[in-house]
Design a protein around this ligand. Structure first.
Ligand SMILES: NC(=O)c1ccc[n+]([C@@H]2O[C@H](COP(=O)([O-])OP(=O)(O)OC[C@H]3O[C@@H](n4cnc5c(N)ncnc54)[C@H](O)[C@@H]3O)[C@@H](O)[C@H]2O)c1
Length: 113
């Protein structure tokens, strides 16, 4: 287990998230990537990868138990502009409750880095 402060990065296999993980690593943090790989790429993952959806509370909770996470950076998103203009049906949004579940999965006794 790393002694570096561990940051959960949702959407960490995507464009912005993967750059964020590299920056975190360079700054002395341990990124844990949490991504459902819907638009992300396994090869982008710069650190440990947990494949999961932010709406999947059980996998999120297990991830918080397995890693001593001190903060969450949230980049999981359906953000492809092309997809939003070619489809005739509305994109299914990531429900706010799913994003909030990331925060609720954190045990109450937080440890600041
Ligand atoms: N790309 C830009 O220039 C830019 C600029 C400013 C802000 N942003 C914002 O940054 C965020 C990420 O954008 P991006 O360009 O990196 O997009 P992206 O599609 O490259 O990355 C999004 C990641 O989220 C993952 N994901 C999607 N739904 C998920 C879910 N339900 N559970 C878990 N993972 C899920 C995808 O697999 C992907 O890896 C968005 O909120 C976007 O609006 C992007």
């Amino acid at each position: 287990m790393s002694s570096r402060p561990t940051i959960l990065v949702t959407g960490g296999a995507g464009y912005i998230g993967s750059h964020c993980c590299r920056a975190l690593d360079a700054a002395g943090y341990q990124p844990i990537i949490y991504d459902n790989l819907s638009t992300g790429h396994r090869s982008f993952a710069a650190g440990a990868l947990v494949v999961g959806d932010i709406a999947d509370k059980a996998t999120l909770a297990r991830t918080f138990v397995e890693h001593d996470i001190v903060a969450v950076m949230h980049f999981a998103a359906s953000s492809l502009v092309g997809e939003s203009v070619v489809t005739s049906t509305p994109l299914a949004p990531i429900p706010p409750a799913a994003s909030a579940s990331c925060a609720r999965s954190k045990p109450t006794s937080s440890r600041a880095p």
